[in-house]
Design a protein around this ligand. Structure first.
Ligand code: LMR
Length: 336
């Protein structure tokens, strides 16, 4: 009898101590990204953390590491696959090195006229099928977050295609962006985002392309003379999570995180356009970089040169995928 009572007591103690341990040790989601907090992605990541941390009752917690402080481009994909971080939101231009080239379809210049054409793709079956391609890499795709449309910047005014010839420009690690730059006679240089400011400052490169929010928050306006409002390509993100970690979450917590992600996605995509408009105003107000608009004729000249990249990159991305996006957006490369 006393043996049974002791055993029961021991069991109760064990249960109580593991309960205490469980209470003490929340599941941690490390969410690493490379941009400033004050950007569409930075704000959305913080909003996601806030929602999970408020609702998680101490059982699950999100820690956000902005500004490449934990991992830079080129390191973060490896880190998520190894489980050193659980979540990232890399730009769609950065999935090639992982072996998923199809995301580079979003880098095709002049592919999307506006956010609504883009959302027909990301929120529809094409977007969902692309996220599925990450699964064999040990990654689950949760959402698409917008940044915005890119503008060219340089120390030289680059309005006409001929103005670009011979310039060295930083690009993200995308073969499509490489061929976009080559179409303009630019020498492209792949470089981690965290290194761009210094490369511009020291003249390692002459220019780059960015949505204004990235341009302004990395202080590139201090080291670039011109920003041309070309809006020639899209930059957005796939929010991704380590698949093993995701599949192993208790169902109630996975649901909590998924709901917080849906809400943060709505938030991210609602603020992106305004954030970029405000960043453009801030660049203008700085008086350091001259913001130059393109006339419809100038933009169309640039478009004619750059749309050739679509055909050129069919082999890499898949002609069918490109065609399916044209169908969704109504874009016709033969009618420019
Ligand atoms: C870049 O490297 O230019 C961007 O992908 C940075 C980012 O995450 O927006």
């Amino acid at each position: 009898m006393s043996f049974r009572r002791n055993a029961l007591l021991a069991l109760i103690c064990l249960a109580a101590s593991s309960l205490a341990l469980a209470q003490q040790a929340p599941i941690i989601i490390k969410f690493s990204h490379v941009v400033a907090k004050d950007t569409p992605k930075g704000k959305a990541a913080d909003q996601f953390a806030k929602l999970v941390n408020e609702r998680g009752a101490g059982k699950i917690k999100v820690e956000v590491y902005p500004n490449s402080q934990l991992y830079k481009d080129g390191e973060e994909m490896n880190a998520i696959q190894l489980g050193a971080v659980q979540m990232l939101a890399p730009s769609l231009a950065k999935f090639g090195p992982l072996g998923v080239r199809e995301f580079e379809v979003f880098d095709l210049p002049f592919m999307f006229d506006d956010y609504s054409a883009l959302h027909r793709v990301t929120n529809g079956p094409i977007g969902a099928a692309l996220l599925k391609k990450l699964e064999p890499k040990g990654i689950t795709g949760l959402a698409y977050w917008d940044n915005g449309f890119k503008d060219f910047s340089a120390n030289k005014l680059t309005k006409a295609p001929a103005d670009f010839k011979g310039l060295k420009m930083r690009i993200q690690s995308s073969k499509v962006l490489e061929s976009e730059m080559r179409a303009l006679g630019v020498i492209p240089q792949v470089m981690a985002f965290s290194e761009v400011y210094q490369a511009l400052q020291t003249g390692v490169v002459d220019g780059t392309e960015n949505p204004p929010s990235n341009f302004y928050t990395q202080k590139m306006h201090e080291v670039q003379k011109y920003m041309v409002q070309s809006h020639h390509g899209y930059l957005g993100y796939a929010v991704i999570v380590n698949k093993k970690f995701w599949d192993g979450l208790p169902p109630d917590l996975q649901k909590l995180v998924a709901t917080a992600m849906e809400e943060s996605t709505r938030y991210a995509n609602a603020i992106a356009q305004k954030e970029n408009a405000e960043a453009t105003d801030a660049v203008k107000a700085s008086g350091k970089t001259q913001v130059v608009a393109l006339s419809p004729a100038e933009r169309s000249e640039l478009k004619k040169v750059l749309v050739k990249v679509h055909k050129e990159q069919e082999g890499r991305i898949g002609a069918e995928l490109i065609k399916s996006i044209y169908k969704e957006t109504g874009f016709d490369p033969n009618k420019l």
